[in-house]
Design a protein around this ligand. Structure first.
Ligand SMILES: [Zn+2]
Ligand SMILES: [Zn+2]
Length: 118
């Protein structure tokens, strides 16, 4: 999963919505195969990921008013294909010009990226 610091606002908010959708889908007993096939979300780390993303949202001045419910129901799920953060970042940067621009800005402020890691 991509470090949220590098994501543009649109992708940041988009992934946030997807985590909420994933968790509520599972809570309602829906099949999440589609999410897993597209490797969009790793259910076993959805809670941690949600916190990372909300942290970045708050830094950018967005508000978070919707608590994530039902996480305990997905904690037991494991992903057979672990997500590849580097590959995801490369793909995101190749698809979104705003992410690319943000990535360059962040890296130029802090070339190692270390200060931004959780
Ligand atoms: Zn949320
Ligand atoms: Zn983007």
């Amino acid at each position: 999963m991509v470090n949220p610091v590098y994501m543009c606002d649109r992708h940041l908010l988009g992934e946030h919505v997807e985590i909420h959708m994933l968790v509520s889908s599972i809570g309602m007993g829906r099949n999440i195969g589609g999410f897993l096939e597209r490797k969009l979300v790793d259910p076993s780390s959805a809670l941690r990921r949600h916190e990372e993303i909300v942290g970045e949202m708050l830094k950018r001045g967005f508000r978070h008013t919707s608590p994530l419910r039902g996480v305990e129901r997905i904690q037991h799920l494991l992903v057979s294909n672990p997500l590849d953060a580097e590959a995801n970042l490369t793909e995101l940067l190749s698809r979104c010009q705003r992410c690319r621009q943000r990535y360059r800005e962040v890296r130029s402020l802090c070339p190692s990226g270390q200060a931004h890691r959780p």
